[in-house]
Design a protein around this ligand. Structure first.
Ligand SMILES: *Cc1c(COP(=O)(O)O)cnc(C)c1O
Length: 297
């Protein structure tokens, strides 16, 4: 495995960042989880745009122009000779001193890219669906450093996931301060009731997922069913016909049990099933080519 760090490639065991990197010391940085399907990087422009917006929000100057970051991503996939890949792109504040002052990170941001083979859930979960709980941990508020930034401050999500694991579940729902459903520890959430599809709005305090956006487009274009963004309490999930989660790693996956309540028929429902199919068809037939780009030169 070859890992990109600041313009150079390293073997896995040699791929290291400094203990003085503010990403390590303070979680001061941002990331993207990106997938490549069939030799093409899926929705790369969306991920790069969110990266740029996250960087801007935390006053982080990206070490390269977006176009160069795109090239580095494609090069990393190519060097690792992958057709299907999970990519982790991380930008930290860079090496500083032990203080909080970001001006001390003089060398500028650290950028690294890992290209790996990852499938988050075994295929049987796409048939059977996931078990989900509501976490005791609340989503960070809109008045705090915002849930909209895909930052390295992932503690709340990690602790929520640990609660799920302890309860024998795969995912955890985070409610926001007003008690509405926001999202899961690493996925956005939708539910289906009487033929209508709902998802929490950005004002619920969510990370606006690329997969969420894709699924909203697929619902409209392929199902002729426009997703309604509205706030709702978890009580509405218990009575839903279907609940499903979306994320780069998970793609589209049903949640069939929530807080011990069986959702709908307790299996992956028809709307979720058709969306999984549309999503996979689309992911496998679109995206930024990794290998043709070389030929074109
Ligand atoms: C990344 C992430 C998601 C899903 O976003 P995608 O772009 O679809 O992968 C949802 N919630 C959180 C907290 C995330 O970090």
């Amino acid at each position: 495995m070859k890992i990109y760090i600041n313009g150079k490639f390293f073997d896995k065991d040699d791929a290291k960042v400094s203990v003085f990197d503010h990403g390590v010391l303070y979680g001061d940085g941002i990331f993207e989880g990106i997938r490549a399907y069939n030799g093409r990087v899926f929705r790369l422009d969306d991920h790069l745009q969110r990266l740029a917006e996250s960087a801007n929000a935390i006053l982080l100057k990206l070490p390269l122009p977006i176009k160069e970051i795109e090239k580095a991503i494609l090069e990393t996939v190519r060097l690792n000779n992958l057709k299907d890949a999970y990519l982790r792109l991380v930008v930290t504040r860079g090496v500083g001193d032990l203080g909080l002052d970001m001006r001390k990170c003089k060398a500028g941001a650290t950028l690294f890219i890992i290209a790996d083979r990852i499938e988050l859930y075994p295929e049987e979960f796409y048939e059977k669906g996931l078990t989900v709980i509501t976490s005791t941990i609340r989503q960070k508020g809109l008045d705090q450093v915002t849930p909209g930034v895909k930052s390295l401050n992932y503690l709340a999500n990690i602790l929520a996931r640990a609660e799920a694991t302890a309860a024998g579940a795969q995912e955890a729902i985070l409610l926001n301060a007003s008690g509405h459903v926001s999202e899961c520890s690493g996925d956005n959430l939708f539910y289906v009731k009487n033929g209508r599809i709902f998802t929490p709005p950005t004002s619920a305090g969510i990370l606006v997922g690329v997969t969420r956006q894709v699924v909203m487009e697929l619902c409209e274009q392929k199902l002729g069913n426009r997703v309604l963004e509205r706030n709702f309490p978890r009580y509405e999930l218990y009575g839903a016909d279907e609940v499903f989660l979306t994320g780069t790693g998970a793609e589209v996956i049903a949640a069939v049990k929530i807080d011990g309540r069986v959702i709908g028929k307790g299996v992956c429902g028809p709307t979720t099933r058709i969306l999984i199919k549309h999503f996979r068809d689309y992911a496998n037939s679109s995206g930024t080519p990794v290998y043709e780009a070389v030929k074109a030169k």
